[in-house]
Design a protein around this ligand. Structure first.
Ligand SMILES: Nc1ncnc2c1ncn2[C@@H]1O[C@H](COP(=O)(O)OP(=O)(O)OP(=O)(O)O)[C@@H](O)[C@H]1O
Ligand SMILES: [Mg+2]
Length: 220
């Protein structure tokens, strides 16, 4: 489903991603481990269409997104990709429900009652049903991350890209987020790429690649 061929992304002298070849099957769960600065985030941004490679091809569902116009990339990101970041990036002035609905507002400007129902069901499933009218600053880190996950899911993405989603959480909350990502992957067949520093998750997610200096190795 996702296929990278000799993908490179340089920032001046820095070879952030340096000739990566990678195939991710539909519905699979891939974990990317690697030290700080090894290019993990850059790799996710490339796949998510947030940045462009200097060379190489990124093919998603048989379409080469490297050739997309800005407009096509916007649609691609909104329709296909759910991003979960280490910093949750919730809008502080919007309550939980409106934060979750934001991607739909950006895509369609008008929100239907059905979409509001979907958002509330999603929040209930993430154990946030009691908090739909709360503002982000009143939530714990784990709760904020669950809102960010609901926001990533509201557009029914076929791909989730999670960049250190537990980086700001304690171990218990972190494990809950991992379990949730795994459940979404298994139950909704969402192709998932997880980037993390967390070496202790290796037992939880068997499909792991390592990244060092922009290159991938140990591809199992
Ligand atoms: N926008 C940018 N401009 C210049 N250099 C950048 C930019 N983004 C990333 N880099 C550089 O590219 C390299 C890879 O960065 P990247 O953020 O992908 O690493 P990472 O593996 O995600 O690290 P971390 O674990 O700390 O998040 C680093 O040397 C970084 O400084
Ligand atoms: Mg990073």
């Amino acid at each position: 489903m996702i296929s990278l061929k000799d993908v490179k992304k340089f920032y001046g002298e820095v070879k952030a991603v340096d000739g990566v070849n990678l195939d991710v099957k539909k519905g699979s769960f891939l974990t990317v481990l690697g030290p700080s600065g090894s290019g993990k985030s850059t790799l996710l941004y490339l796949i998510g269409g947030l940045t462009r490679p200097v060379s190489g091809d990124i093919v998603v569902d048989n379409e080469n997104i490297s050739n997309y116009t800005e407009r096509e990339l916007n649609i691609y990101r909104n329709k296909k990709i759910g991003f979960i970041f280490q910093m949750y990036y919730l809008i502080p002035e919007l309550d939980v429900l409106d934060n979750v609905l934001l991607p739909l507002r950006i895509a369609y400007s008008r929100i239907t009652d059905r979409e509001i129902d979907t958002a509330i069901r999603l929040l209930k499933r993430l154990r946030m049903g009691e908090k739909v009218r709360c503002l982000p600053f009143t939530l714990s880190g784990g709760e904020q991350q669950r809102v960010a996950i609901a926001r990533a899911l509201i557009t029914k993405p076929s791909v989730i890209l999670a960049d250190e989603p537990t980086g700001n959480l304690d171990r218990e909350n972190g494990e809950h987020i991992y379990a949730l990502l795994k459940e979404l992957n298994e139950n909704l067949d969402i192709t998932t790429i997880l980037v993390t520093h967390d070496e202790h998750i290796t037992g939880l997610f068997p499909n792991i690649i390592h990244m060092i200096d922009g290159k991938i190795f140990n591809h199992r």
